[in-house]
Design a protein around this ligand. Structure first.
Ligand code: NAP
Length: 454
């Protein structure tokens, strides 16, 4: 159970999860807590501390001396501690997976696969609160930095369990801290804090606002996307349909690299839509505990936002392949055909199980739509002609293009980057370590002609 067994000390007597500062689990002096709403039941499931600005100051103060000592710790010792934390994380993945089911309605099978140790640091989003935290923490530590983690509110308890695994591994006091509270309340104070020397953020438009406020600190930003799937006449339509459904509807479309718009050649559009529909009908809808394919989206406001996009498309006469259905945060999967560029769903990121299909008459039209987006995360193209695929990939203004497969993050050592409003910098173990390492050049100039050639 969450917060019991080796995790007992991370919860206080009132059942509120503590925050982590200077090697200790603490209750906030604010006396306030932030409720975490279970997306399925829509009632409070967990509570975390609402940390104060003074507590943020203390966390950052404790992180600075810890970092100075850590930077002098040999690399092999840093790696040894990380391996120990990885082993503890694997051993205790069950309570973390349980938190992901209750906090963010992640289907149980996907919740467990989020737990192996990955790479990197500081402000992760709700949809991967453990994986995208560890993928920031590990390279930061190996490069000799200390960490202040601000987990997403939905997903905070899973992240606190993960931090406790680092605590159990025996990292020095102050090296890793975790501050909880609403991003809207403590986020600006944290990101503009003079003691912060680098920000690694994954999330939505919040990242754009942070980049404008943060000042002269290195930024690593992984933001939203509108990943396009271009399907040509010669594509293997069964393969394309399978990838459209997997890419568009896994974890109810709440993935940065979900397929978010299908651009299909008119001549094969009817066949493709028929094949996609056949698969959409088979998706199971319900509770994450039952391992359903489609589970409630994370918050009521997300569900309302998605509904707004759906209603706009309906009013502008997109063809709905299924009847639109919603109960609370649960939205049934919906494919919308004959979507046009004047509809919001053609451009905006729904982050839910609704997928628009735009019929195109040329490859150029597809590339034009893709590049007219303010996002540039990933894209994909389905064709049997590899030469055409490479040309299209070159023309698409995105960080990655998948040929004959849905967009995906890939293994953590792969470079991963978004262009335009989809991000700044590149993740992947090597890139993250480089980004979190300060380069210092010392040039020794000998006065001439004071040395002689032997
Ligand atoms: P979000 O609303 O931008 O929140 C992301 C994180 O920022 C959360 O931890 C949030 O905390 C925090 N935050 C909120 N306001 C803040 C502020 N003023 N200063 C500092 N931090 C603040 O995003 P989300 O809804 O969690 O995640 C969905 C978005 O993430 C989508 O757009 C998706 O495409 C994107 N995403 C991108 C990638 C990628 O690799 N490119 C991967 C995954 C997700 P609270 O929860 O407390 O508000």
């Amino acid at each position: 159970m969450a917060g019991s067994g080796v995790f007992a000390e991370i919860k206080d007597g009132d059942g509120v999860f503590r925050y982590y500062c200077d090697g200790e689990w603490k209750a906030s002096a604010s006396g306030k807590s932030v409720p975490i709403i279970n997306p399925t039941t829509r009632s409070t499931h967990f509570k975390v501390q609402a940390c104060t600005q003074e507590e943020v100051n203390k966390i950052i103060e404790s992180a600075r001396p810890a970092q100075k000592l850590w930077a002098k710790t040999p690399l092999w010792k840093r790696a040894e501690l990380l391996h120990r934390a990885a082993a503890i994380l694997k051993e205790h993945k069950a309570p973390m997976a349980e938190c992901l089911v209750k906090e963010i309605a992640k289907p149980a099978k996907d919740a467990v696969t989020e737990i192996p140790l990955g790479v990197v640091l500081a402000i992760p989003p709700f949809n991967y609160p453990v994986n995208l935290a560890v993928s920031k923490i590990a390279p930061a530590l190996i490069a000799g930095n200390s960490i202040v983690l601000k987990p997403p509110t939905q997903g905070a308890v899973a992240a606190l369990h993960m931090v406790h695994c680092f605590h159990l591994a025996g990292f020095p006091r102050g090296l890793i801290s975790c501050v909880t509270g609403k991003g809207s309340e403590i986020g600006d104070f944290l990101t503009m804090h003079p003691g912060v020397s680098c920000i690694s953020f994954t999330g939505g438009d919040t990242g754009i606002a942070i980049s404008k406020k943060a000042g002269m600190v290195p930024l690593q930003m992984e933001l939203g996307g509108k990943d396009a799937c271009i399907i040509l006449e010669d594509a293997d339509l069964d393969l394309a349909a399978a990838n459209v459904v997997k890419g568009g509807f896994s974890y109810s479309g709440q993935r940065c690299t979900a397929v978010k718009v299908v651009l299909v050649m008119e001549s094969v559009a009817d066949k493709l839509v028929e094949k996609v529909n056949a698969k959409v009908q088979k998706l199971t809808v319900g509770a994450p505990e039952d391992d359903c394919d489609i589970t409630p989206v994370v918050t009521e406001s997300s569900a309302n936002f998605i509904e707004g996009l759906v209603m706009d498309a309906k009013q502008k006469e997109a063809t709905f392949c299924q009847e639109y259905r919603r109960e609370g945060n649960l939205i049934w999967p919906l494919l919308m055909d004959h979507v046009r560029p004047d509809m919001r769903i053609a451009w905006e990121e729904p982050f839910g199980p609704v997928l628009p299909v735009i019929r195109i008459n040329s490859v150029e039209e597809g590339i034009h739509h893709c590049n007219a987006s303010n996002f540039g995360l990933q894209g994909c193209v389905f064709t049997r002609d590899i030469n055409k695929a490479i040309l299209i990939s070159d023309a698409m203004e995105t960080g990655t293009v998948q040929i004959n497969s849905a967009p995906a993050r890939g293994p953590d050592h792969f470079p991963f980057q978004g262009l335009k409003d989809s991000g700044i910098g590149s993740q992947g173990i090597t890139n993250s370590i480089n980004m979190m390492t300060k380069i210092k050049s010392t040039v020794i100039n000998l006065p001439t002609p004071s040395y002689t050639m032997g």
